[in-house]
Structure formats: structure tokens, C-alpha cells
Design a protein around this ligand. Structure first.
Ligand code: SF4
Length: 91
């Protein structure tokens, strides 16, 4: 238990500084209903603009790759853009 605490604190720290906290967080993930391609592109562009100025972008991307996150925008990349990073670490 005591060993896990520092690790947890680090994870919470970058999430605390995330630029996507708040009402705009919904643009980072697809809606629960089918999304048209052009709507998806607009939504992802909005999310990536927020990521571009996020102070914890690299921590976020690293986290998403490490946990092999399959959905949403993390660290400025969508799931398709993160796939090569995940594959490069698979072997
Ligand atoms: S990089 Fe983007 S998704 Fe990650 S914490 Fe920052 S704003 Fe949120």
C-alpha cells in the first residue's frame, strides 16, 4: 500500500493540471449515439486545440499509451493516431 501512494499522487497531479477539466470535456470522447464523420472531425479539432496548450500534454499521452486507451483524444492524439505508439511498445 505505502509503495503505491507516490505513484498515485503523480497521476493525480497531472490530471489536476489538465486543460480539459470542465464543461468542454465532452469534446474529447465520441457521443453515445452514432456520430457523422464531419461532426467527429469538428469535435476532434476542438479537443486538439485544447490539448495544444495543455501543460500536461506529454504526461497525458504517455498515460493513454501505457494503459492502451482505445477511445478519445489524449495528449492531442485520437485512438488511430496513438496506435503506432502503442504498437511500438508492444514488442
Ligand atoms: S493533453 Fe488534452 S486530453 Fe490530455 S489532459 Fe491535456 S487537454 Fe486533456
Amino acid at each position: 500500500m505505502a509503495v503505491r501512494r507516490p505513484e498515485r499522487r503523480i497521476r493525480e497531479r497531472w490530471q489536476t493540471d489538465a486543460a480539459c477539466r470542465g464543461p468542454e470535456a465532452s469534446v474529447f470522447f465520441p457521443p453515445t449515439f452514432p456520430e457523422r464523420r464531419d461532426d467527429r472531425e469538428v469535435r476532434e479539432r476542438q479537443a486538439k486545440m485544447i490539448c495544444a496548450s495543455c501543460p500536461v500534454r506529454l504526461d497525458c499521452l504517455e498515460h493513454a499509451v501505457n494503459i492502451r486507451e482505445q477511445h478519445g483524444i489524449w495528449g492531442g492524439l485520437n485512438e488511430n493516431e496513438r496506435r503506432p505508439l502503442m504498437e511500438s511498445r508492444a514488442g
